[in-house]
Design a protein around this ligand. Structure first.
Ligand code: SAH
Ligand code: SF4
Ligand code: F3S
Length: 477
């Protein structure tokens, strides 16, 4: 048994980051255990978790399992969890309640839990205490060990907990089953060393580790061969890419430049911390038309006092300066953000500063959250006197303002032609196709399904806050 430990997870030493290429091993005794069996995988959290789930699916399918989307019929159920806010926790524990019931009716099914919650000491203690009916728990650092963990469980027939909380290595060559045929997630780095005071990620994901440029480039080349049109480069703070290399002068701007030379139609990247965003990056993006003009640039708060307490290392003014530099260099660019309201002891004046920066930046859209204390983080120790009702009211005020600007920015596209990668049919309306613009806006399109998998020019005919509507210009396509 390996249990996570918050003190260990917090450590950042100079230990060398190893790139391990042969860690994924399937014990021969289980290499067919999934034949004729079905698995259900539920994923919470960010794109990184979504991509981890693609690796888990890859592993399970190599063992012979087939994916289904109804957990009640599955032989194996895995929950890939997120720890970012309390409500993410609550959803997982709610689902576990239902699974306990199912397991009573069907004792032979296997149920496992992984992801960021599994890296939390308190969660694992609770599982060992109250969830002995679970079959296995593994963490974010050992996804490649899933076959061995399954074997351990089958041999011992008891709850297996294997959650190391080391700083982390890089594991290459883990199987992957991608969710989408045209657009792919590509990890460029793991972990985070920023330790923003509210955030659990540096504890659940370990230290910052950048993948070697050649591994990333080879992955993108392989995706191109398989017909992929779009890659999204993933990291908690992609602008810091390469800062952990020793003896290699290679950064996010160099990586973007090298990837943009490949024949890939669309390159996106997530997430950018405003602190590490360089002039070189802006130049590379401006000069390469296959890097999409969309920047997700979380501001978190508008008050310099709060930003400082959050440990964000920039000010409202320096954020605004960066924002303007991007908009000047790339005029049609869209900029989206994340905002937290109700950081401990945020005052009405602090909150007005947040509204003020929103009024200045007029974001294309934003994810907004009420601050949620995470055990073990710095901010969780602050005694907070602000009432939750007040925080909820602030969130509502903020959302109204955000929505106003989202609609305004969408209205600018009315009657314009925009490039859209058509991804498939709309889930809500079979007659419509859906896709994203270069600026990452969702469009519903009237058009023939033969357009799926193509990038086409679409004329925007109607705009709403949450999406656009458009028509394909048949003359041109
Ligand atoms: N690495 C990214 C953010 C990843 S987490 C960055 O630094 O920008 C995604 C978002 O969740 C954050 O941008 C933040 O707005 C929100 N978030 C993180 N921790 C939170 C907490 N404790 N309470 C509320 N929101 C939080
Ligand atoms: Fe969390 Fe900050 Fe790291 Fe983003 S940069 S993952 S908010 S600690
Ligand atoms: Fe959640 Fe972990 Fe992502 S905490 S947001 S799944 S890195």
């Amino acid at each position: 048994m390996r249990k996570p430990n918050m003190m260990e997870a917090k450590k950042r030493t100079r230990a060398e980051i190893k790139v391990i290429r042969d860690a994924y091993i399937v014990p021969s005794s289980i290499n067919n255990i999934g034949i004729d069996k079905k698995y259900f995988l539920r994923t919470y959290g960010c794109q990184m978790n979504v991509h981890d789930s693609e690796n888990i699916k890859g592993e399970l399918e190599e063992l012979g399992y087939t994916e289904i989307d109804n957990y009640e019929d599955a032989d194996l159920i895995i929950i890939n969890t997120c720890a970012i806010r309390e409500n993410a926790h609550n959803k997982v524990f709610g689902f576990l309640g239902r699974l306990k019931h199912l397991k009573k009716q069907k004792p032979n099914i296997l149920v496992g839990l992984c992801g960021c919650m599994a890296q939390e000491e308190a969660v694992v203690n609770e599982i060992i205490d109250k969830y002995q009916w679970l079959d296995f728990v593994f963490g974010t650092h050992n996804i490649h060990e899933l076959p061995q963990i399954l074997k351990q469980h089958l041999d011992l027939k008891q709850l297996i907990v294997e959650v190391p909380s080391n700083e982390g290595n890089i594991y290459e060559n883990i199987p992957v089953k991608r969710d989408h045929p045209f657009k792919a997630w590509v990890n460029i780095m793991y972990g985070c060393d920023k330790f923003c005071t509210y955030c659990i990620v540096p504890y659940t994901r370990g230290k910052q580790r950048s993948r070697r440029p050649e591994d990333i480039i080879n992955e993108v080349k392989d995706l191109i061969k398989k017909g992929y049109l779009e890659v999204t480069l993933l990291g908690q703070n992609v602008n810091a890419y390469g800062k952990d290399f020793t003896g290699l002068d290679y950064n996010m701007a160099t990586l973007l430049k090298d990837i943009s030379k490949l024949p890939i139609k669309r390159i996106r990247f997530l997430t950018s911390h405003p602190w590490d965003f360089t002039k070189e990056m802006i130049l590379v993006i401006k000069n390469n038309s296959n890097i999409m003009p969309h920047f997700h640039l979380p501001i978190q708060a508008g008050s310099n006092k709060v930003l400082k307490l959050m440990g964000r290392r920039y000010t409202k003014e320096s954020y605004l300066e960066l924002y303007q530099k991007i908009k000047q260099a790339i005029p049609g660019a869209s900029i989206t953000t994340d905002i937290i309201v109700g950081f401990p002891n945020e005052t009405e004046v602090d909150f007005k500063e947040t509204l003020d920066i929103v009024n200045k930046c007029k974001f294309d859209s934003a994810f907004t959250f009420i601050y949620s204390p995470r055990e073990g983080t710095g901010a969780a120790r602050i005694v907070d006197i602000v009432d939750i009702k007040e925080k909820e009211a602030r969130l509502q005020t903020l959302n109204q303002l955000i929505n106003k600007y989202t609609l305004e920015s969408n209205q600018k596209l009315m009657n314009k032609m925009v490039p859209v990668l058509i991804e498939g049919k709309s889930a809500r309306n079979e007659a419509l196709l859906v896709g994203y613009t270069d600026t990452f806006k969702l469009v519903n399109i009237k058009g023939d399904s033969s357009l799926i998998g193509k990038i086409v020019d679409v004329k925007i005919t109607e705009v709403k806050t949450w999406c656009l509507y458009g028509e394909v210009n048949n003359g041109k396509n």
